[in-house]
Design a protein around this ligand. Structure first.
Ligand SMILES: [Zn+2]
Length: 581
């Protein structure tokens, strides 16, 4: 019922956008007054944040020597970043992305909501967490992307994982479970984003159309109704003057760059997606916010596969180069290259060699790695249908991963193993041959490096060490945004908001799985107002149903049994209350 009502009126969304944007510019106030300054620039208009997920300095050293040339990142200014989440010395990507996006430390594995419990970790003196980061558990907190949108800037997300994965979702979704990709997909679709490129198509489609959505809602139809261009290849952008586009180029994640070049050329590379996004976003005279993630550096590190790390770190660095070239040409663009945490605990040098490594020639590390034409994931995919056919498996692994001396025990493990086990086994074999060590198949808690195209000053001193929460704060200042203002405009507890009208009318409230319904009653007259969860829609029914598009989405917090709606809803309810005579 509610879905068909939404579908009917989605086409109106495009018409209202400009009005809302202009209104919000007039109404926004800058509140934050820290002093991050960049010499030579009073104000940046746009920001490109590139996140190499799980990337460490060892990963960069390995990729640089593999390439035998400097990385684009090497040309940038460096600072350190502390990575812990609210409840863990070792963060996951969801809490890390939320820290970058909101300036708040939150519980690991949650996205864009206040922490479940207070931070029990020790504090480093001088790292202050803002007041808005404390409050009712799981209340949504506005992100820097949402603050940019409120300021009238265009916004974009690019990733090589599913776009619903933790890092892009940290900037665009508010939920207590990062694995709920179908709900994250819905929030992103209704977030009025301008450019979205990556993987994860199945999370937009119902099961009947080859997707995984059980609600049978087809979010690609919602996007079409809202005037988006939906593309399957970047070629479809040529000669198009459209400013709003979604391109999901794989059912789930995109292939590793090395595997893509060999077998998945229909998929765009990260640098191609980055350049295409910049071309579209740059049309906005108000500037833009773009987040680009090299997602699978982390995935390769989880598999302990050095080939995958090199593959996607170099592809990520190409995207960094494109961002730097854009900034050099266009000016007024801040480029930040971040990692969210370490992954894999990789070292160049390992215990497996069993010798003192101080006379290690280049070839000893890189010859085994250079024989690989695919990542361990690419190889595992190739052999999955005949993994117990020793002859075939041996041939493929030798041709594509350069290993020609598999033992009978290793072949047995491949025969018995699933994809994940095979990826890890192959990674371990090539690592042992290349003197590469790994301490874990999960994340690590050390500082990571931030790169910027300008040095960041605070109180006239170059700032060299940041907490991950401070990234949001200095983007906020340099782009003249306000997270506090965005927070106050976007996420208000509906119960608190309704309190203001209790004296004037009777209010009935009904909370269902997918909507909040409010009925205002005065004598014989009643007005029904519905807020479908995870959408920016408000349906006002005072005789004739009328669709209103708000500047933010409605979020339901299961833990608090509370609904959060944009401040704009206050005006809608007030007008309705006043009309009830
Ligand atoms: Zn991560």
């Amino acid at each position: 019922m509610i879905d068909s009502e939404i579908k009917l009126c989605n086409y109106q969304r495009m018409k209202t956008k400009k009005f809302i944007t202009l209104f919000m510019i007039a109404a926004s106030v800058t509140a934050y007054s820290a002093t991050y300054k960049v010499p030579g620039y009073e104000k940046f208009k746009s920001v490109i944040i590139l996140i190499g997920d799980g990337m460490t300095s060892s990963h960069r050293t390995l990729a640089r020597w593999y390439k035998k040339d400097f990385l684009a990142m090497d040309r940038m200014y460096r600072s350190g970043i502390l990575t812990n989440s609210a409840d863990s010395m070792i963060t996951d990507s969801a809490a890390a992305a939320t820290a970058f996006a909101t300036g708040c430390k939150i519980t690991s594995e949650q996205l864009g909501i206040l922490p479940r419990k207070n931070n029990n970790l020790p504090r480093i003196p001088g790292i202050e967490i803002e007041k808005r980061c404390f409050g009712e558990p799981e209340k949504p907190i506005a992100t820097i992307l949402e603050a940019a949108k409120i300021k009238g800037k265009s916004v974009g997300l690019v990733s090589t994982s599913e776009v619903q994965d933790a890092t892009p979702a940290g900037f665009s979704a508010h939920i207590n479970d990062r694995d709920n990709l179908t709900e994250i997909a819905k929030q992103q679709v209704y977030q009025d984003l301008d450019v979205v490129f990556g993987g994860g198509k199945i999370y937009l489609l119902p099961e009947s159309a080859g997707g995984v959505r059980k609600d049978e809602g087809n979010l690609t139809e919602v996007l079409q109704g809202r005037g988006y261009l939906l593309i399957n290849s970047l070629d479809e952008l040529k000669d198009s003057d459209i400013n709003k586009v979604w391109g999901l180029f794989a059912p789930e994640d995109l292939a590793f760059d090395m595997d893509r070049r060999e077998f998945n050329l229909e998929q765009p590379s990260l640098v191609e997606m980055t350049k295409a996004s910049l071309e579209i976003l740059d049309k906005d005279p108000d500037g833009f916010f773009l987040m680009v993630e090299g997602s699978k550096i982390d995935w390769a590190a989880h598999d302990n596969d050095p080939v995958g790390v090199i593959s996607d770190l170099l592809a990520f660095d190409d995207a960094v180069n494109a961002a730097l070239e854009f900034a050099a040409e266009n000016g007024y663009t801040l480029v930040l290259v971040l990692s969210d945490h370490g992954s894999g605990g990789m070292s160049i040098g390992s215990k497996s060699g069993g010798k003192i490594p101080y006379h290690t020639p280049y070839e000893e590390v890189f010859e085994p790695l250079k024989k690989a034409r695919l990542t361990s994931e690419g190889v595992a995919n190739l052999i999955k249908d005949y993994k117990c056919d020793a002859q075939k498996t041996t041939g493929i692994i030798e041709k594509y991963y350069g290993i020609s001396d598999l033992t009978p025990e290793q072949l047995q493990k491949i025969c018995e193993g699933n994809g994940k086990k095979i990826r890890k086994l192959l990674g371990q074999i090539i690592s042992d041959k290349s003197l590469i060590g790994w301490t874990t198949t999960a994340h690590t808690g050390e500082d990571i490096t931030m790169f910027s195209n300008y040095p960041i000053e605070r109180n006239s001193e170059i700032k060299t060490l940041f907490d991950n929460t401070e990234i949001a704060l200095f983007i906020e200042e340099l782009l003249d945004l306000s997270l506090k203002d965005a927070n106050e405009k976007l996420y208000l507890n509906a119960d608190n908001l309704l309190m203001s009208f209790k004296e004037k009318v009777d209010i009935q409230k009904r909370l269902e799985d997918n909507f909040l319904e409010i009925v205002l009653v005065k004598g014989e007259n009643r007005i029904q107002i519905k807020f479908p969860i995870n959408t920016d829609i408000c349906i006002l029914n005072a005789g004739n149903p009328k669709m209103i598009f708000m500047n933010g989405i409605t979020i339901f917090s299961k833990t608090g049994n509370a609904v959060f709606i944009p401040y704009e809803a206050f005006g809608i309810i007030k007008t309705a209350v006043d009309s009830l005579k």
